[in-house]
Every structure is written in C-alpha cells, then in structure tokens.
Design a protein around this ligand. Structure first.
Ligand code: 13P
Ligand code: MG
Ligand code: MG
Length: 378
C-alpha cells in the first residue's frame, strides 16, 4: 500500500507567554484526530506539544499535500485557537497566517513535513521489512536548526557508521531549499558523499538554506527525511513566529539508526531564531511535552520514535528519545553554552544580523537611525 506520513505543527496560543498550549487545546486536537480516524480519513494519529507548538502526526493513504488532510489539520488548529482566545492566551492563532488555506497549508503558517513510500513490511521485503520512524519537533529556533545534525547523520560516518555498510554506501540525495526565494519552493539537489563540500557551503547558512528532504540513492530513491523548512517572516512579510521546524526521519535498515541520528544532537549547537526570533542560542534536547520556561527561552527539540504495522497503525507506545539520563549532560552543556552567549547580551553573534532579525521593529529602528547619518563637513 502507498503510505503517507504527515507531521503538521502550529503555534496557536500559549499560557503566560510563549510557553505551552493548554490541556484543553491538546484534548480538542486529540479528539479531532480520533474522529478523523473513526471516519476513515486517517489510519492513525498522535498529538503532542513542543513548547507552545502543537504537533499532529498522521498516517494515511492520500499522498503528500492532500487538501483534506491539510484542511483537517487547519480546522483542528482553528478549534484550538478558539479555546486559546476564550482564555485570553498569548499569541492565539499566531501561526494561522491566512483566512483560509487554498488546497494545502504549506505557506499558510503551520510547519509541514511529509514522506510517502510503498508500505509492505513483510520479512521478504529487502528494503523495509519493518517501518520505524522518528519525529523531531523544535520550538524557539529557525527552520535551519536541523541542517547540521541531519547532514552529519546522513553524510558523515563519524556520526553514522551505517554509511560504511553496503545498504547505505551509495549515500543520500539532499534537497536544499533556498528560503530567501519567496517566489516558490526553490530546490537544489546535491549528492552525498561527492558534493560534501558544496553541501556544507550552503548548510552553514541556517537562515537562508535548509535541508528540505533527504532520499536514498539506492532502493528506488525512497524518502528518508522531510523537514518543514520555510520562513514565516518571509511568508508574512513581518514577524509572526519562528518557523520552528518539525521533521520526519525514517530509520533503521536502509536508513541511519536512531542512535546515529541522535548522536548529532549532543552538540547543542548554536542556532538562530531564539527570543523574539532574533538571537543565537544552543539547541537543547528535551523530553516530549516540555514547556519553554528557561531564561531567554532556550531553543528546544523533542524526538519521538514510532513503529507502524502493515495497516499503518502506530505502535501503542512511542519512545521518547530525549527522556533518558544520557541527555542530562547535554542539557547542562546547552544551558552552559547559553549562559556564555547571554553574557554578551546584544553584542555581535549573540543576536542575528540585521537582515535576519525576525522582529521587524529592530530593523525599523535601525532604518530610522540610518536616515539620520550625515557626511562630515570637509
Ligand atoms: P514562538 O515563535 O514560539 O511563539 O516564540 C516567540 C518568541 O520569540 C519568544 O521570545
Ligand atoms: Mg508563541
Ligand atoms: Mg512556538
């Protein structure tokens, strides 16, 4: 059967600042998902939050960019927005940027990641005798937050020894999106390993270039990864939110193992987009359903693991990858790196450069001051 996994995420309001949605909002989205399963739109679904963003993970057979699936997620986010408005929550409806999405929600505010594949998990299926995948969901960061970890996980044997094995030694295709191009999705496909350096030249710029998807170079070019890489402030023309990305990563067998992909998150690397969308801070791996309450609302990432049966139903339990003592050390490292960066307040790399500041107000002030510069009289 042709299977699609859709992960759609939006910030539609939160308690006491940009922290987390209410239980009532989450319950509403969960009951919408259950109704969609009952009426056959979805095979399965799962709802959780990362900081103030609500994420819906869905399995279905309708393909990518399906109007009904996207509309379903939109309507559910609208229902959660209504609850946020009723209780006066902060940023109610923040990521719903248009009155009604036309066809699909890409470009309308919510983050969308989708993979599609032939699903036939039997022991004789050489490529995928079992389907397992992980979700990464991040808050308080820019859409390029996964550039470094996903590149290392899918192109560098220092992090993924599996790349040296026969099933992966052909490497992976990386589809890179130029997020400055607002005319549409502008994509360049580069090949790892031979384009390794070209990839790093682009991916070092997390604010402009993002990994949009990764696919296998053997096994019929199967989808490996999909990331919601888009810039909300490019879409809306003004600050609206921080494009906090969600990603689907298929794992094991012909793809890296979870431990390989996860190992790249031990860096707690600095990324842009934190606090007013305008600062550089380290990415802290946290357990699922973590509110953002730290100083300068440190960027956070959650990771969940699922298995899926032949009918497309998720395993009754998920795995919460970052809910493990191994990650405590990384969390401490992230907070320590954060303190070092915050020591220098607004100076230099602590904040994003002028063109990337997501709060347009910063730019307006600079522009107003620029107009007052005058040449010294000779
Ligand atoms: P969100 O994009 O998660 O709403 O964060 C807003 C912000 O910039 C908090 O400082
Ligand atoms: Mg918010
Ligand atoms: Mg958010």
């Amino acid at each position: 059967m042709r299977m699609t996994l859709s992960a759609i995420k939006a910030d539609v309001g939160s308690i006491g600042g940009h922290t987390r949605p209410t239980d009532e909002m989450l319950d509403r989205v969960r009951s919408d998902v259950q109704s969609a399963i009952d009426r056959g739109l979805l095979i399965d679904g799962y709802v959780f939050h990362v900081g103030d963003d609500i994420a819906i993970i869905m399995s279905h057979t309708r393909g990518k960019d399906d109007t009904e699936i996207h509309q379903f997620a939109w309507d559910s986010f609208l229902a959660a927005t209504a609850i946020a408005q009723e209780y006066g929550l902060y940023g109610a409806g923040q990521d719903l940027l248009v009155d009604a999405p036309s066809g699909n929600v890409r470009g309308a505010g919510p983050g969308v990641a989708e993979v599609e594949f032939e699903h036939d998990p039997v022991t004789t299926n050489n490529a995928r005798s079992a389907e397992s995948f992980m979700i990464f969901a991040a808050d308080k960061c820019g859409p390029g937050a996964y550039n470094l970890p996903l590149f290392l996980g899918f192109a560098d044997p220092m992090y993924c020894a599996g790349l040296m094995l026969p099933r992966m030694i052909q490497g992976f295709d990386f589809n890179i999106i130029d997020m400055n191009n607002t005319g549409g999705d502008s994509i360049l496909t580069l090949h790892a390993p031979e384009d390794y350096y070209q990839l790093t030249v682009l991916l070092r710029d997390n604010e402009r270039f993002g990994i949009e998807s990764i696919s296998s170079r053997s096994y019929d070019g199967q989808d490996a990864v999909s990331v919601s890489a888009q810039r909300l402030h490019n879409i809306a023309g003004t600050y609206t939110g921080k494009d906090d990305p969600i990603a689907i990563v298929r794992n094991q067998g012909i793809f890296p193992a979870p431990e390989e992909v996860l190992s790249t998150f031990t860096k707690a690397h600095y990324i842009g987009g934190d606090a007013r969308g305008s600062h550089n801070m380290p990415l802290m791996p946290v357990p699922m359903n973590t509110p953002v309450t730290g100083p300068y609302c440190l960027p956070i990432v959650e990771s969940l693991g699922f298995s899926m049966n032949a009918a497309g139903k998720f395993s009754a339990n998920y795995v919460d990858f970052f809910d493990n003592p191994a990650w405590d050390l990384v969390r401490n490292k992230a907070q320590e790196k954060a303190l070092y960066m915050r020591d220098q307040g607004w100076s230099g790399p602590a904040m994003l450069p002028y063109t990337e500041l997501e709060y347009g107000g910063f730019r307006d002030i600079v522009t107003g001051l620029e107009e007052r510069f005058a040449y010294k009289a000779e």
